[in-house]
Design a protein around this ligand. Structure first.
Ligand code: ATP
Ligand code: SKM
Ligand code: MG
Length: 215
């Protein structure tokens, strides 16, 4: 019989044959509309890892929306909750993909936690891209406090020098989200010097050729 004795097998699989694994949680950083949530969700699916969105975790913990926290308790309370939640995710949860809120990385404590436990990826986007992407929804309290172009432009000046402290920077532009995900995977592989096992990118849906007038 071809049964092998584990103790005498001359060709045991060496531990280093195990596929390389992402060593740290990927922390996506960037302004509102940069694509932290959209790219993060897709990246997690490609790398077969859990996805967490700090904004969603905050809303779940508070039992209300971020807009309600800002209106009822003010931004400093929101920032304190955000700091706690991100620290918990980074220190207590296994390696995952984490989308942060746009202001999270501006907090010095959060930045230190991210540097200690994660690998930060700044999704860098131009002003016009951010404006186009954030125009459709009104759930972001900071963008309801004046002209969104002025607010985003002011936040860019304030935040981009700090976001630049991220481990990696990936441009988030007009290309389709899956193409940006590809750039993030390549940047992570270069950073860690390992190939990351990942699923194939979803292929575009085949064009349907229905006769005119068919619903
Ligand atoms: N190439 C792209 N990359 C990323 N997002 C895109 C792209 N094209 C369109 N989008 C869309 O832009 C919108 C804003 O993205 P998203 O909500 O992921 O931003 P965010 O960085 O998480 O913002 P916030 O800080 O407010 O949470 C989404 O509807 C997303 O689907
Ligand atoms: O840029 C910001 O400061 C914010 C971005 C969102 O993700 C939310 O975290 C909140 O609306 C604040
Ligand atoms: Mg988001």
């Amino acid at each position: 019989m071809g049964l092998r004795n584990a103790t005498t097998d001359p060709h045991p699989a060496p531990a280093e044959d195990a596929p390389p694994r992402l060593p740290r949680t990927v922390v996506l950083v960037g302004l509102m509309g940069a694509g932290k949530s959209a790219i993060g969700r897709r990246l997690a699916a490609r790398l077969n890892l859990p996805f967490r969105d700090a904004d969603i975790e905050i809303e779940a913990a508070a039992g209300c929306t971020i807009a309600e926290i800002f209106a009822r308790d003010g931004e400093p309370v929101f920032r304190a909750v955000e700091r706690k939640i991100i620290a918990r995710l980074l220190t207590e949860e296994p390696v995952h993909i984490l989308a942060t809120g746009g202001g999270a990385f501006m907090d010095a404590d959060t930045r230190a936690t991210v540097h200690a436990h994660g690998v930060s990826v700044w999704l860098r986007a131009e002003l016009d891209v951010l404006i186009a992407r954030t125009a459709k929804r009104t759930h972001r309290p900071l963008l309801n406090q004046g002209n969104p172009r002025d607010v985003l432009s002011r936040l860019m000046n304030l935040r981009y020098p700090v976001y630049a402290d991220s481990d990696l920077t990936v441009v988030s532009d007009e290309r389709p989200p899956d193409a940006t995900v590809e750039l993030v995977i390549e940047a992570l592989e270069r950073h860690f010097g390992i190939p990351l096992p990942h699923r194939a990118a979803p292929t575009a849906a085949p064009a349907t050729s229905k006769p005119a007038g068919t619903p």
